[in-house]
Design a protein. Structure first.
Length: 151
């Protein structure tokens, strides 16, 4: 299998995180971590992923600071994987992916999982991109520019 090209030195803010989350399995592991899975065996059973591939993806997510390992909560000699603050920062990315998927990959009558507000059980409203003054923005309203550091 050819080695994937690294984007670690890319100046593009879309390309650089692909080393950490650019494959489907990593995003599904992160989804499962948000859903409360913590142990290797839980991820393996839920995803049906070969152990060597799961191990490599988990290690990559730990290396990139998205997950961290902690001692098992039940006192057993196992370790558990928990989302870091950086990992929890992916929540809006997964919500956007879910909402995009619902709109473009599922028919109205088709069964699917849906993310709802835990307090009232209502579906989340569509994510919106807002300007600094509150205007809703679309792709035609934005442009990429090169930004150097904190300035």
């Amino acid at each position: 299998m050819p080695k994937r090209t690294s984007h670690e030195d890319a100046s593009c803010t879309v390309a650089r995180p692909l080393d950490a989350i650019g494959d489907g399995w990593s995003l599904l592991i992160i989804r499962d971590a948000f859903d409360g899975l913590r142990r290797f065996g839980e991820f393996q059973r839920n995803l049906g992923l070969a152990k060597n591939i799961l191990s490599a993806r988990l290690q990559n997510l730990v290396t990139h600071g998205i997950l961290r390992t902690v001692p098992a909560g039940d006192g057993s000699p196992y370790q558990e994987y928990v989302l870091t603050e950086k990992g929890r920062g992916l929540f809006p990315v997964l919500v956007a992916l879910r909402q995009w998927s619902e709109e473009h990959f599922f028919g109205p009558e088709e069964s699917r999982t849906r993310l709802v507000d835990a307090q009232d059980g209502q579906p989340l409203p569509p994510l919106r991109i807002l300007s600094h003054d509150g205007r809703e923005l679309g792709p035609e309203d934005t442009t990429p520019i090169t930004h150097n550091g904190d300035s």
